[in-house]
Design a protein around this ligand. Structure first.
Ligand code: SF4
Length: 918
């Protein structure tokens, strides 16, 4: 048993503040006293930004135990709460807030003791990192130095320790095989394991899923299956069974695409039943693939370690380097890098270490052979199963680097999100932020910026010196790109002094959007206006801007042609690595050319007749009254049109599955609408359908309460209702809001009151903690409650007691945006009553998703509460069949929540209570 570290410790929550002397007692103190103590001497604390926000003192710093944890145990999981830390280190949970400072001393003592231990699994590299951290004055460095011994032999630094990936020949096309139903059933039984209960729904579902793996009969006519699988039928193994059978027999790759990171994690776990973690040759049969922006870029990290970052961000870079040496796959967002690490350092350090701007120099990079992104792309090309997300699958299908790597057998799980993912993937936005990114990619860094970021001419210097025409094209593109917005553009626009044709256009966009704004009380949030009846000045500015864009696109196009020529008549000096680099450059050039062409098309339409396939608008994006982007937007009216062309048409088999694939209208599941939303009709395809109902007993395990006496807009009443519901349920509440502002206001009113009764409350957009970590905290503490907005409605998977009540602030009406209005109008034109049906579908889908958070397993039970005096009965069909729905007053709701689901209802005949069966 290690000794507590004898240093003073501080803990602050909504319930109060506690200080503990180095060797003495813990006492409650005022916030002011705590701030003074922290300024005097570095205190042990946990999650400095969170403590700072509790104390209302943003500059707080100290010895953060979480930073120490990240140093000692890189790539290990820890929920960043006192209880979570105690669990991670095998210590006794603190009983209350007052016991936390002692826990911090114990935890620090335990971590320091690990450094002394011979069994420290992550010792390699620690001493060297500590030397760098000492130079950077990391507060822990002095404490740790006597405890981390110098290794006998010099430690290899990260970049020589990481393994290299190996090139493998391209996988041959998959064999044309049939998998029959008895085979699928037998395989499913093997996967579910001996003695597992036989689930008819799952068998039916698995057999249906098998149909998408049959050989295709005709070109451009994939097998398409829509499979609705109620929660709890075991859908994941249901499709993994035929997928793994097919992958084995055919030697092909199946892509499973999800919308949330949660499901990706679950899939990785469950795929372990069908595949080993490694093949005999060591290669992984299952690979998780994410967008480039998720992974650590080693070149950026090297830059950061060698002076690119200074001060606190430099300390973060060293802790990230520690992690990189132990990480499974270099995934920084949702992988094994603790989600809380970045937020401890407040600035956007994590993002700067990823390859977010597409500046990768491929084979020109000294770390290319060790690059996490390249490794994951190569492993995916050889894998049996690739776990990806909807956006990546669509982007890969649209502009994948090589034909062989494009997905052809795809399972879209969480299929109800495919429409939204297609909507954003196939949209175009010409905004200041987007344009400035393009400028940086072409021109390179602006003055004063540190690091390796280089423009096109530096990246292709060898081509420029070898091929005159290529060199000229680069020069012309760089010159033309000077006309794009540059740093400080938002300020210049606000002052009415735009620079160059693009900024001039954005200034017009801004002026027009403000001139037409009628949002009134929504001031401070984003505003938008349609692109109809635009002022002449704006149309003129658009024409000039379009010419400026064309002047960038043309030389880029020409450069693409020159690169192709260089590859065809390769000079002697062009080795394999050089080739790969030029291939990479050609690929990224091609999609910048497409981007510019899309922007030009967007501008060409302004002032002319509307294209019925698209919805265009102008927008000023604001956050808390601060503008952060301005520009023009274009979305497809039906994004499933490009989806059908780009994703479905080249595929051989595609399955869309979800618990809520169809809208549950009053007449039952609406399959025709689900078919339309799949994109299949654009290819004249009639998808197969499968449906397996949930085995859960919703009638006994859940109850929907519609609270009718909270007036809309009455904020004190809304906050009071949340607080009382959380108290009645003794925590375990997920509170969902449609507006961040209201959520913040409710949180501000009730957090202290709840904390005093030992009920911690967390909130997205308020607590300086990322959403994934907030969910971990919520899951880990059965008395905690969590407030959030859209992302939580669908991304939270918390089975068990930790989530026993969902409270929605109101009926989730769709926001009347320009895009929504256009789609609503299209629905109205398509059928009588279409507009209302369109809105109802959106609301029911949201209700069904939110309700889906409540019952995750057969044992779960709980209440779903909507605080709405006017909840139309036609929306009740959103809830699973048999779920009891009651319209009640808040007091009645509190009684029921306090009692829990399944208790006898003494007022069942009360006329004030309308019981409706869905
Ligand atoms: S290859 Fe590209 S992404 Fe990979 S480390 Fe190098 S620059 Fe970064």
């Amino acid at each position: 048993m290690s000794q507590p570290l004898p240093l003073p410790a501080l803990h602050a929550s909504h319930a109060g503040t506690w200080l503990r002397d180095a060797n003495g007692d813990t006492r409650g103190c005022s916030k002011g006293e705590a701030v003074m103590a922290a300024a005097d001497t570095p205190l042990l604390l946990m999650n400095a930004p969170l403590v700072a926000s509790r104390l209302g003192y943003p500059d707080l710093s100290g010895l953060d135990v979480l930073e120490l944890f990240a140093f000692v145990h890189p790539a290990e999981f820890c929920v960043p709460t006192p209880k979570g830390l105690a669990h991670a280190l095998g210590l006794v949970e603190p009983e209350d807030d007052a016991a936390v400072p002692l826990l911090l001393q114990q935890a620090a003592g335990a971590l320091v003791a690990v450094c002394e231990s011979a069994e420290w699994a992550q010792r390699e590299g620690a001493w060297s990192t500590l030397q760098s951290l000492t130079r950077l004055r990391w507060p822990w460095a002095q404490v740790l130095s006597p405890h981390v011994r110098k290794p006998e032999r010099a430690e290899k630094w990260l970049f020589s320790r990481l393994p290299e990936w190996e090139d493998a020949p391209e996988r041959p096309s998959p064999a044309q095989v049939m998998i029959d139903e008895p085979e699928i059933e037998a395989h499913l039984e093997r996967l579910t394991g001996e003695g597992a209960e036989r689930r008819e729904g799952q068998r039916l579902f698995a057999k249906g899923a098998g149909s998408v793996f049959a050989p295709r009969d005709r070109q451009k006519r994939p097998h398409v299956l829509l499979a609705q699988a109620g929660t709890g039928i075991g859908k994941t193994l249901g499709y993994l069974a035929p997928a793994s059978l097919w992958a084995e027999k055919a030697g092909g790759t199946v892509w499973v695409s999800t919308y949330t990171k949660n499901l990706q994690r679950q899939l990785r776990r469950e795929s372990g039943r069908a595949w080993p973690s490694a093949r005999p040759d060591g290669s992984p049969p299952v690979v998780v693939r994410k967008g480039r922006g998720n992974y650590l870029c080693l070149l950026n990290l090297e830059d950061a370690l060698q002076g690119g970052f200074a001060g606190r961000p430099a300390i973060l870079a060293h802790l990230v380097a520690r992690w990189a040496a132990y990480s499974q796959d270099g995934d920084m967002i949702g992988g094994d890098l603790p989600g809380w690490l970045g937020t401890l350092f407040r600035k956007r350090g994590i993002a700067a270490l990823t390859d977010q701007r597409g500046e990768c120099v491929y084979a020109g990079c000294p770390h290319y052979r060790k690059c996490f992104i390249e490794r994951s792309a190569r492993s995916a090309a050889q894998a049996d199963l690739v776990i990806a997300n909807h956006a990546l699958v669509m982007v890969n299908a649209a502009r994948g680097r090589d034909q062989g790597g494009r997905p052809t057998r795809i399972v879209f799980d969480e299929g109800h999100h495919v429409f939204d993912a297609a909507d954003s993937t196939f949209s175009a936005a010409l905004t200041g932020q987007e344009a400035i990114e393009l400028r940086r990619w072409i021109v390179g860094p602006e003055r004063n910026s540190r690091g390796r970021r280089r423009g096109l001419s530096a990246r292709l210097a060898d081509v420029a010196s070898y091929d005159d025409a290529g060199g000229e094209a680069i020069e012309a593109a760089v010159k033309a790109a000077q006309e794009l917005p540059s740093e400080g553009w938002l300020g210049r626009l606000a002052e009415g002094a735009p620079l160059g044709p693009l900024e001039a256009l954005l200034a017009q966009v801004r002026a027009t959007t403000y001139a037409r704004d009628e949002s009134g009380q929504e001031a401070g949030y984003g505003i938008e206006t349609e692109t109809a009846q635009l002022p002449g000045e704006l149309v003129e500015a658009a024409m000039v801007a379009a010419q400026a864009l064309a002047a960038i696109r043309q030389p880029l196009q020409k450069l693409g042609g020159r690169l192709e020529a260089v590859l065809e008549n390769a000079p002697d000096w062009l080795d394999g690595q050089g080739r790969a680099r030029i291939e990479g450059a050609r690929h990224s050039l091609a999609w910048r050319v497409d981007l510019l062409a899309a922007w030009e098309a967007l501008l060409a339409r302004l002032g002319g007749p509307a294209d019925p396939d698209f919805v265009d608008w102008l927008a000023v994006d604001r956050n808390d009254a601060r503008e952060f982007d301005i520009g023009l937007h274009r979305h497809w009216l039906d994004p499933m049109q490009p989806f059908a062309k780009v994703v479905l048409e080249p595929a051989h088999g595609v399955m869309l599955t979800s618990a809520t694939l169809t809208d549950r209208g009053e007449e039952g599941p609406d399959w025709p609408h689900a078919i339309t939303r799949s994109g299949a009709p654009h290819l004249d395809l009639a998808p197969k359908q499968v449906e397996a109902a949930s085995p859960f007993d919703y009638a006994k395990r859940a109850e929907v309460l519609i609270v009718t006496d909270i007036r809309r807009g009455d904020l004190p009443a809304l906050a009071g209702a949340y607080a009382r519901l959380i108290e009645a349920s003794d925590g375990g509440v997920l509170g969902l809001f449609t507006a961040i502002r209201r959520m913040r206001a409710v949180y501000g009113r009730i957090a202290d009151r709840l904390a005093r009764t030992g009920l911690p409350l967390y909130a997205q957009h308020v607590d300086p903690i990322d959403t994934g970590t907030l969910t971990d905290i919520f899951r880990d503490d059965a008395r905690a409650s969590l407030l959030g907005t859209d992302a939580l409605r669908d991304g939270v998977d918390v089975p068990g007691r930790s989530l026993r009540c969902v409270v929605m602030e109101s009926v989730p009406w769709p926001r009347p945006t320009i895009l929504h209005r256009a789609r609503r109008a299209a629905a109205a034109a398509a059928e009588e009553g279409g507009a209302k049906r369109h809105d109802d579908r959106i609301i029911r889908a949201r209700l069904a998703q939110a309700f889906g958070r409540l019952i995750r397993t057969r044992e779960d039970a709980g209440h779903f509460v909507v605080l709405s005096s006017a909840f139309p009965s036609r929306l009740l069909s959103a809830f699973p069949e048999g779920t009891p729905v009651l319209r009640v007053t808040l007091d009645e709701a509190l009684q029921r929540v306090a009692k829990g689901v399944g208790a006898e209802d003494p007022n069942a005949t009360d006329s004030a209570m309308e019981r409706e069966q869905t």
